[in-house]
Design a protein around this ligand. Structure first.
Ligand code: NZQ
Ligand code: ZN
Length: 392
């Protein structure tokens, strides 16, 4: 196992009705004037924003509102948020929503104390500081409620890029599974796919002897395989929602990924799809991740066979581990299809003729990416081609 440092300072408040305590936790974590940041309307319609406002007011906390975060959040609203925070003397950012709202909040939080352009943190450097961020999560998916990451799309040119630093980890996150009961089945499944992808990005590693994190990863995957179909079929099933919500946090605050090399190429390859077509990140991953698995499977068929046996219930073929590995990938794709996810370009709304453009935007040029298997631009084009044509 590799050396590691793990710092997860977020206070999690989990369970029914916990959003009514938002004001108390803002105060506890030093906020006195808040930017209340949210998305395109679901939190208003459900009454959640009303409860959060009442909680802030009940604790005497002033707030300024900035809604309108779109899925695949844009830089333009981030610039607006930075201006509002500076003008109003905001000292805390409260994100009420999903990964997009939280990521936009983190971007604003980095941008406020920085003299330069906040986009620098997505391209050339890491931030040293950020305003504190708290979250009230409404969808189990991105894991941004516990991660030090933020992903933003630059409107001009449609570049989707990530920033990462421990200073971005939320001070607190309120996780009420009931808030996720209003999610449509499609969004529930997109979120579940993303959660599973966050585990796989860590599972496929060249680091040996990482049994503890392998087993933690497998536990999250098995939980998702059991609970996702329940939540898709019965949106109000609290226990399924609760298990998925905590799985989403565990999958991405890095507790299942410490001490091992990680991959993340599927995420990079997917981000070009959601940047170009504005599709849901989880749906893009459903198309890309099994294709990436098929392409790199030979690199360590034993590891793919291990997950096939332990997670997908395949019979091990000791004479041909790659056969077992490929059966596991097949079952993963079938599972994604069964929960309503697209499995190829046509189902996603992507076009095969755009592959050269996607590869170019990925931006490798003549270089290569790191991770489990190093990839060149030609490899990435092949993965898009497999994804374009994939069938059950
Ligand atoms: O905008 P509203 O009206 O709130 O609607 C949202 C949005 O349309 C809706 N929604 C959210 N909660 C709901 C709800 N609808 C009904 N009931 C509820 N309770 O769902 C839609 C999707 O929301 P979004 O926040 O975009 O979803 P998600 O959490 O999947 O976030 C996706 C973004 O996170 C990034 C992705 O790339 C993408 O931009 N990621 C962020 C990561 C991180 N910060 O650590 C890691 C991930 O790998 C990912 O890349
Ligand atoms: Zn993701």
């Amino acid at each position: 196992m590799n050396n590691f440092q793990f710092w997860s300072p977020t206070e999690f408040i989990f369970g029914k009705g916990t959003e009514n305590e938002t004001g108390k936790y803002v105060k506890k974590h030093g906020g006195s004037k808040v930017l209340l940041h949210y998305g395109g309307g679901s939190a208003e319609r459900s009454g959640l924003l009303g409860r959060v406002r009442a909680s802030l007011e009940g604790c005497g906390i002033k707030y300024v509102e900035l809604g309108g975060v779109k899925p695949n959040p844009r830089d333009t609203l981030v610039y607006e948020g930075i201006d509002v925070c500076r003008r109003e003397g905001i000292d805390f950012i409260l994100a009420v929503g999903g990964g997009s709202v939280i990521d936009s909040a983190k971007a604003i939080a980095m941008g406020v104390p920085y003299d330069g352009d906040f986009w620098d943190f997505y391209t050339i450097k890491d931030p040293d500081e950020a305003l504190p961020v708290g979250t009230v999560l409404t969808i189990a998916a991105a894991g941004s409620e516990g991660s030090g990451d933020s992903v933003i799309t630059k409107e001009d040119g449609g570049l989707k890029r990530g920033a990462g630093s421990d200073v971005l980890r939320p001070r607190f996150s309120i996780l009420d599974p009931e808030l996720t009961c209003t999610l449509p089945a499609y969004q529930t499944a997109c979120g579940a796919t993303d959660i599973m992808a966050h585990v796989f990005e860590r599972y496929f590693t060249n680091t040996k002897e990482v049994e503890i994190t392998d087993r933690l990863c497998e536990a999250v995957l098995l939980t998702m395989i059991r609970e996702t179909p329940i939540a898709v079929a019965q949106p109000d099933n609290y226990d399924a929602r609760a298990n998925i919500m905590w799985a989403g946090m565990v999958a991405h605050n890095n507790i299942v990924g410490v001490g091992r090399e990680q991959d993340w190429n599927s995420h990079g390859i997917e981000h070009e799809l959601s940047a170009l077509y504005d599709c849901a990140h989880g749906a893009g991953l459903a198309v890309i991740m099994p294709a990436w698995m098929e392409y790199v499977c030979k690199h360590d068929a034993a590891r793919f066979a291990q997950v096939a046996v332990r997670v997908w219930g395949c019979q091990m073929d000791y004479f041909d581990p790659e056969k077992t590995a490929r059966e596991g990938i097949k079952r993963f794709r079938s599972f994604l299809h069964s929960i309503g996810m697209p499995i190829n370009f046509a189902e996603l709304g992507a076009k095969e003729e755009d592959i050269p453009k996607l590869v170019e935007k990925f931006g490798l040029g003549g270089g290569e990416t790191g991770g489990f298997v190093h990839l060149t631009s030609a490899d990435i084009a092949e993965i898009y081609k497999i994804a374009a044509k994939a069938q059950l």
